[in-house]
Design a binder for this molecule. Structure first.
Ligand code: ADP
Length: 247
């Protein structure tokens, strides 16, 4: 790994009253990597995502994006720079097609000039279809989005982030509420997205399902990263078993 990380959250501290939700955690997101942040409930994972997206302001530590300190930039500015967070329950226009929903994600950001509309629309539709193919949802392109299952909605949102040219995609418990087969499908899609050069970081309560798909894992406990490395090694680490068994 010669090149630097796309995003680095360095020694982040965040307290709520007397509680240190983050206590010096450092994580990196690399382009082309699917990175996992695991840890028991309350270990600070969601807070970390909120600090990285700028929704919460850290009390200490810094955030770098492409080497630039973005610790004090507004959430919308981070979004504009290409740091995108996807949500538990994606918002879609139920009656519009899956493809149109993906296209809409981009149009919210930029409206093509009227004289270039046809051409811009065709290009966008191609791009949206490519993204749907990558996340394994192309067979549903002309169906109303209201027909999609919970897992498929998450795939749609991923396609949207891709078309909107996200460079870092952050996900909070993407596997939550999905049966193991669908969770695996989603993780496979996330891996495919990362392999396209995007930096993907997912936060998950459990390590086991994501293990086969991620390139690098952090394990958090009480606001600190206590173990990190190759996912299989992190999973086997005695401290990880101890923390989960102690719950
Ligand atoms: P995780 O995502 O790993 O379950 P969180 O980041 O949600 O952990 O929470 C870390 C700790 O911070 C927990 O003890 C939680 O109760 C606390 N916490 C999170 N958000 C807030 C908040 N807005 N106000 C007070 N305490 C919070």
């Amino acid at each position: 790994m010669k090149s630097g990380p796309l995003l680095k959250a360095e020694r982040i501290v965040k307290s709520f009253g007397g509680l240190r939700a983050l206590d010096g955690a450092t994580v990196e997101v690399r382009a082309g990597f699917f990175t996992l942040v695991a840890g028991p409930n309350g270990s600070g994972k969601t807070t970390l995502i909120n600090v990285i997206t700028g929704v919460l302001r850290q009390d200490g530590g810094r955030i770098f994006y492409k080497g630039r300190d973005i610790s004090h930039t507004a959430p919308f500015e981070r979004r504009r720079l290409g740091i995108v967070r996807t949500f538990q329950t994606p918002r879609v226009a139920q009656r519009l097609s899956v493809l149109d929903n993906v296209i809409m994600g981009v149009l919210q950001r930029e409206t093509p000039k009227w004289w270039g509309w046809r051409e811009a629309e065709r290009k966008l539709a191609d791009k949206a279809y490519e993204a749907l193919k990558l996340v394994n949802l192309a067979h549903m392109w002309d169906r109303p989005a209201g027909e999609l299952s919970g897992g498929q909605l998450k795939l749609l949102e991923l396609a949207r982030a891709l078309v909107a040219e996200a460079e870092v995609i952050l996900l909070d418990e993407p596997g939550a509420g999905l049966n193991p087969a669908l969770a695996r499908e989603l993780f496979a899609a996330l891996r495919a997205v990362a392999q396209r050069g995007v930096g993907v970081m997912a936060v998950e309560h459990r390590l086991d399902i994501a293990l086969d798909y991620v390139d690098y894992a952090y394990f958090m406990h009480e606001g600190k990263v206590v173990v990190e490395g190759a996912p299989s090694e992190v999973f086997r680490h005695p401290l990880v078993a101890e923390v989960y068994l102690g719950q």
